[in-house]
Design a protein around this ligand. Structure first.
Ligand code: BDR
Ligand code: CA
Length: 306
């Protein structure tokens, strides 16, 4: 099994990714760390706790950075994931609370305790990962892999014409992470995630087999798919965050290119991920995917949930 920590900004597809990890027999989830992005970090922590409680998982949640490294304070926009991150599902107060350690310290400690075994899967902006790298020069080395949902080499952006949302919200953090990649970083970006589409009837099937948690995902997906319908005229949604979690255990379903990734911090193109042609490649970028296999794994395993 893969020892996994998900760094997340829940978020509808984040919820899908976390429930997938909860159901996957080949994943040992060690905890969640939280970050702003789809919502504020405060809401992300609350949502992470709610998701774990819904899945009856007693695992640590570590609260992450509340602001980007360099950019001005962050304001979430509600139109993709709703005011509270889960579409129209109302806000609720979790029973538990975050641990005392912050996200970066938790990640550093877990990477030390599970040296060479821990896979970190950031599915939000990369601030916590950058802070962990800045605090501990051995952090990347101690991880087995860091599998990022973010970026785009050829598919264009989704928040601006140039940038994917997770990288856009903290391009300076992304730059720190890609600079430190050392062969350990895998980028699962729009080049592949846009190819994996889930339709309303797929979520109906999940709900049928898993009325509680699957039913929750179905309800969230309605809001998310409405957004895709409006902006892209698609009757379905991309499995961004679940694809990254699946890449943690099923690398064979992805075709990768090894390149040096840099990130634009210039105003016009901020958050664009680029290939530095003259530098030695050290990041595995997913460019191809067996979309049907990823999707069927996703649907099959979510159906295992209560
Ligand atoms: C990413 O941005 C967020 O809206 C999603 O949760 C995903 O992590 C896709 O660009
Ligand atoms: Ca996310």
């Amino acid at each position: 099994t893969t020892k996994l920590i998900i760094d997340t900004d829940p978020g509808i597809d984040d919820a899908m990714a976390i429930f997938y990890a909860a159901a996957a027999p080949d994943i040992e989830l060690l905890g969640l760390t939280t970050i702003f992005g789809n919502v504020t970090t405060k809401t992300a922590t609350r949502n992470a706790l709610r998701l774990l409680e819904a899945a009856e998982l007693d695992l640590p949640v570590a609260h992450g950075a509340e602001q980007p490294l360099v950019l001005p304070p962050f304001e979430p926009s509600a139109h993709v994931h709703g005011d509270e991150g889960f579409g129209e599902i109302p806000a609720a107060t979790p029973k538990g609370a975050a641990v005392a350690e912050d996200a970066a310290d938790f990640l550093i400690r877990m990477a030390r305790e599970h040296k060479g075994e821990l896979v970190v899967c950031p599915i939000g902006p990369l601030t916590n990962i950058a802070v962990a790298i800045q605090r501990d020069a051995q952090f990347v080395k101690n991880c087995k892999r860091i599998v990022i949902m973010g970026g785009s080499l050829e598919a264009g952006g989704n928040i601006t014409p140039h940038a994917e949302a997770n990288i856009y919200h903290d391009p300076h953090a992304a730059e720190v992470v890609f600079a430190a990649a050392a062969g350990k970083v895998v980028m699962v970006g729009l080049d592949v995630t846009l190819k994996i589409l889930c339709r309303p009837e797929d979520f109906d099937a999940i709900k049928e087999r898993s009325p509680d948690l699957g039913g929750m995902l179905k309800e969230m997906s309605v809001f998310y798919i409405k957004f895709y319908q409006e902006v892209a005229n698609l009757n379905g949604c991309s499995l961004h965050d679940p694809a990254a979690v699946i890449a943690c255990t099923h690398a064979e379903l992805f075709e990768t290119r090894v390149v040096k990734v840099t990130v634009s911090t210039e105003q016009e193109t901020s958050g664009e991920t680029r290939v530095a042609e003259d530098a030695r490649g050290d990041t595995h970028v997913a460019m191809g995917v067996d979309a049907e296999a990823v999707k069927s794994l996703f649907l099959k395993r979510l159906s295992l949930l209560p």
